[in-house]
Unconditional design. Structure first.
Length: 496
């Protein structure tokens, strides 16, 4: 089409056909182009090292923290005891009946991630995601043993030799040691760490323990050593739906095209008039752990690590131009012909930010309130379904109940049970002597850290029952701590 001519329908059809042809030539699967990220220093790199050290430090040491819970209780500060059906978090013991705390924490974490993403983009991906942290660590090992980007590229292009084999062998051995330490540390959150470590090292551990250590070793080695950025690009669902949290005010690593273009090589002494600040050195591409060019605009592969910011700031320092050609900026700031004018208020007081913050505050408050009101005793009452009731020889009606006391303390406790609702009724506890008239307290006992189960029979004279279903209340008082627990049920009788 000649210059200046308007596109016609025929031209558009030809173009579409040509695009279709080009697409048809492309294979359905494009092989991975290996990424060789270059070493870079700078503010964000130092920040990434700091977060990496904190995350790995916590991950490897937390299972070794101890917490005295008294005799017959695990002394590991954080432990998910699956066989014992308990979660331990320092002084807090979570029972299976309280699993809603874990669900609440997960919802809280997800909302926090939404809020951070809507404000600062993919900070989680670039700094704290385990895939990023371990890939960074594996890359550091690779750099120590094989050199920086160019040395690694040359090494991979060399034909196989004993020296290359030895170098690669050392790298993979180091990766496997880190992977084994990672897999080993993961299982320590589920078993007593010192005991399990001794057992693993002496060959005395169970087959299940070896299996899970092996599984997590393998996944760490494959995902951080081999798959690397492909996990973020192809396997992780987060990049796919994070866009729902973004808007034009979300801060993200951005190439300020309005300042960088038109790009081009620049020699010392050349002027800057009529051109952009980008000197097309490709340093930002070479340091990128996912191998993309941020100058092409926002891309799903970008994990917001900001290493390209460090690289470009170094280049700008060298060529004497202001820093910040690539920077944490809003989408608007990256494309606007003028520097952005958005204020802190316009960035923080956005509807989506306020909604996420409100939801986070609500879930956090509910969790705190539930935690503050948490008691050391709980009850559950299950009325017999078959038979629903029994008519005794004296004409009175009897209902059976399975009554459970959750004693969450580490001592045996005595409890007083008061049942109310039917005047003249009596209660008998299977295994205990005598019957107790309703209105008087039934004494029960529960061993430490157990669910004590009792069979209760409530009998009521026919005349005391006004309807087929009469409300029945169970009120339990812990005679040691004074904690109470209530439950409501019904007493069923035949039709009159
Ligand atoms: S590092 Fe900066 S100057 Fe160099 S190519 Fe990237 S954006 Fe351009
Ligand atoms: S483009 Fe920049 S911020 Fe994005 S992944 Fe690459 S180096 Fe990190």
């Amino acid at each position: 089409m000649p210059d200046g001519a308007l596109p016609t329908a025929t031209a558009a059809t030809d173009t579409a056909a040509s695009v279709r042809e080009q697409r048809a030539d492309r294979p359905l699967y494009a092989g991975r182009i290996k990424v060789y990220p270059k070493k870079i220093g700078g503010l964000y790199r130092r920040l990434k090292w700091g977060v990496l050290a904190l995350c790995l430090g916590l991950y490897y040491t937390v299972p070794w923290l101890r917490w005295d819970r008294g005799p017959n209780a695990p002394d590991q500060a954080i432990l998910l005891d699956l066989p014992g059906a308990r979660g331990y978090f320092f002084g807090v013991e979570i029972w299976p009946q309280e699993i809603y705390f874990l669900a609440g924490l997960m919802i809280f974490g997800a909302l926090a991630l939404f809020l951070v993403s809507s404000l600062f983009g993919r900070l989680w991906c670039g700094y704290a995601c385990p895939q990023t942290v371990w890939t960074d660590l594996f890359l550091w090992v690779e750099r120590q043993l094989e050199g920086d980007r160019n040395a690694r590229i040359r090494l991979d292009q060399q034909p196989w030799s004993w020296a290359r084999l030895a170098g690669k062998g050392a790298k993979h051995a180091a990766w496997l040691i880190i992977a084994a330490a990672t897999g080993g540390a993961w299982v320590m959150y589920y078993v007593d760490a010192p005991t399990a470590t001794r057992a693993l090292l002496t060959g005395a551990a169970s087959a299940e323990l070896y299996f899970f250590v092996g599984l997590f070793t393998l996944t760490t080695y494959v995902l951080a050593g081999w798959a690397r950025e492909q996990v973020c690009t192809y396997m992780c669902p987060w990049p796919r739906f994070q866009a729902a949290m973004f808007d034009e005010q979300t801060l993200t690593v951005t190439y300020r095209a309005w300042r960088g273009e038109p790009r081009g090589k620049h020699k010392a002494g050349d002027g800057w008039l009529g051109r952009g600040d980008c000197v097309d050195c490709r340093q930002c591409v070479m340091v990128c752990p996912t191998g993309i060019d941020i100058r092409d605009g926002q891309q799903m592969e970008c994990i917001n690590c900001a290493l390209c910011v460090d690289a470009c700031n170094g280049v700008m320092d060298k060529v004497g131009r202001p820093r910040g050609l690539i920077a944490f900026d809003t989408l608007l700031g990256g494309t606007a012909a003028q520097p952005r004018t958005s204020t802190l208020a316009s960035r923080f007081l956005r509807p989506r930010v306020l909604v996420y913050a409100a939801m986070l505050a609500a879930v956090g408050s509910i969790l705190l309130a539930a935690f503050a009101l948490r008691t050391t005793v709980e009850v559950s009452v299950l009325r017999d379904r078959s038979p629903v009731f029994v008519t005794l020889s004296d004409g009175s009606i009897r209902n059976g109940y399975t009554f459970k006391i959750l004693n969450k303390t580490r001592e045996a406790h005595r409890y007083g049970l008061d049942i109310g609702g039917i005047p003249g009724a009596t209660v008998s506890v299977v295994g205990a002597d005598g019957v107790t008239p309703i209105g008087e307290t039934v004494m029960l006992e529960a061993r430490p850290d157990t669910v004590a189960t009792f069979r209760l029979y409530v009998s009521a004279p026919r005349g005391a029952l006004g309807a087929e279903s009469t409300p029945l209340s169970f009120h339990l008082t812990d005679l040691v701590s004074g904690s109470t627990a209530d439950h409501r049920s019904v007493f069923l009788a035949p039709k009159r």
